[in-house]
Design a binder for this molecule. Structure first.
Ligand code: ADP
Length: 481
């Protein structure tokens, strides 16, 4: 199934959004993980450190209160001690609740065990005091001191463990931060590459068939109607392509009809025109009786026009045969120079009449060519004929034949009006005449150069025109030797 331009663009843009979305999502996930790590440090370790400080302060103040109580026997100090004990137990419970690692829990377990022993000792001592019984005061003192020392030591261990955890977490966060920075960067580069590829392929899948279509359209404008376009393209362009193929078929049909029409018409016209020409000839010869001078002038005009019409009909027939590939050529090995000389002689009167200066440079020992003498004569006649036709009176024509890299090169350079650059190719297409003020001499059919191109191409050669505005024009053909 071929995707439409709309779906291609939609899929293209959607996948770009997906790619960019995935990179953003990944970056957000990483930021979230980092913030969880930071929160853990703040919520667990910082709080444990805080509780440790409070526990240490509390045990020291408990120690102070109970010492004062023993000395003064003031019940107030015992009361302070009891409220401090409550605080201590509360801090300890909190610490147990948030302690997240085994070493922390073990330290707290030990603190609790020592503390329980410490409290038990104090309670026992208190009851001895209230009952006024003698008891080993120093022993109690020593034991309590040892227990408080152990509690403080274990709280210190708890503090160290927490700091260690903080540093370990910070290191892990740092490592995770830099690895996610690297990964995000990598993902960004991959995403950029994917986005460029996606947009390139989406755009190309649309523009490529359009370019092929544009190229074909250019060919059509040059008269090549090959409607065989088959390109893998989106349905919208495929529709355009098939319409284009239909158009080409129709144009081909019209072209064929036109050629058929011309060739039938030319066939039909040739016989009566020849009869008219013969008839005029006979009348001019006085077969139908004597004719006045005025009648002679009229007959001469009629003869010229009929001659022109026969020429046109013959050209049309030649061209349609050439286009159909039905023209037969009689190739033989021959020199080009005598053919050129012959045409120059034929045109001698015309050249003289227009007082044109003609220079011909024929290269010595040019190679023999494989050519159809009549057809090449037709080519040379057309090219020199055009030069004479377009060169104004007193102008100059240079004819040359020389050996070039591709073969024998024949050129005719004139001092006529020249040809605009954009028309240099078009004049070789049939019926293509440039808009010039048509005097009697300029009249033509627009078929000559089209025939020239067919003939030269059939000889394996090449023909073209060169012209600088106001500098006249040069027509050149090359025939392979
Ligand atoms: P035509 O019978 O009109 O001369 P061609 O096919 O021989 O037909 O020439 C086509 C057109 O090319 C001419 O109508 C003219 O506009 C242009 N052309 C041909 N030869 C010359 C030239 N030597 N100088 C200027 N324009 C020329």
């Amino acid at each position: 199934m071929k995707l439409t331009i709309f779906s291609r663009l939609t899929i293209g843009y959607f996948s770009m959004f997906l790619i960019i979305g995935a990179v953003n999502g990944y970056a957000l996930l990483k930021v979230h993980q980092l913030s969880i790590g930071t929160a853990q440090i703040i919520n667990v370790d910082e709080r444990i450190l805080d509780l440790k400080r409070k526990l240490a302060d509390s045990i020291l103040s408990q120690m102070g209160y109970e010492k004062k109580y023993i000395i003064t026997k003031d019940a107030n100090f015992h009361g302070h001690f009891l409220s401090s004990r409550n605080d201590f137990n509360k801090y300890l419970t909190d610490a147990f609740l948030i302690a997240d690692t085994q070493p922390k829990k073990e330290s707290l377990d030990r603190v609790k065990a020592y503390y329980d022993q410490y409290v038990a000792l104090i309670l026992a001592e208190t009851s001895e005091i209230t009952d006024h019984r003698p008891y080993p005061k120093n022993l109690y003192q020593q034991e309590k001191g040892k227990l408080v020392e152990r509690i403080l030591e274990d709280l210190k261990v708890l503090e160290e463990t927490s700091y260690r955890d903080i540093y370990a977490r910070m290191d892990a966060l740092n490592a995770a931060g830099s690895s996610s920075r690297r990964l995000t960067m990598l993902m960004f580069i991959i995403a950029l590459f994917l986005v460029i590829c996606t947009s390139f392929f989406t755009t190309r899948s649309i523009t490529k068939p359009l370019m092929v279509l544009a190229e074909k359209t250019r060919e059509v404008s040059k008269g090549v109607f090959k409607g065989d376009l088959k390109i893998a393209s989106p349905p919208e362009i495929a529709e355009l392509t098939s319409a284009f193929n239909v158009m080409c078929d129709k144009l081909k049909g019209v072209e064929r009809m036109k050629s058929d029409f011309f060739s039938t018409m030319s066939h039909e016209l040739r016989t009566p025109l020849t009869s008219i020409k013969e008839g005029i000839g006979l009348l001019q010869d006085g077969v139908g009786g004597s004719i006045s001078d005025k009648q002679k002038r009229l007959l001469s005009i009629l003869s010229q026009e009929t001659h022109r019409l026969i020429g046109l009909v013959n050209s049309l027939l030649d061209l349609s045969k050439m286009e159909e590939g039905m023209m037969t050529y009689h190739f033989q090995r021959e020199h080009l120079t005598p053919l050129i000389k012959r045409v120059i002689t034929e045109m001698g009167l015309l050249i003289e009449a227009k007082k044109i200066q003609l220079q011909a440079e024929m290269g010595e020992d040019l190679p023999v060519l494989r050519l159809d003498r009549e057809r090449i004569l037709q080519v040379v006649r057309n090219m020199i004929g055009n030069a004479v036709k377009f060169t104004p009176e007193g102008g100059e024509i240079r004819i040359s034949a020389r050996l070039g890299s591709e073969g024998v090169e024949f050129s005719v350079k004139d001092t006529g009006p020249g040809i605009p650059k954009e028309n240099l190719k078009a004049i070789f297409e049939k019926f293509n005449q440039l808009p010039v003020k048509a005097s009697e001499w300029m009249k033509g059919t627009g078929l000559g150069l089209a025939i020239v191109k067919h003939i030269v191409t059939a000889h394996g050669g090449r023909v073209w025109a060169e012209s600088d505005p106001g500098q006249g024009s040069t027509f050149i053909f090359v025939l392979p030797s």
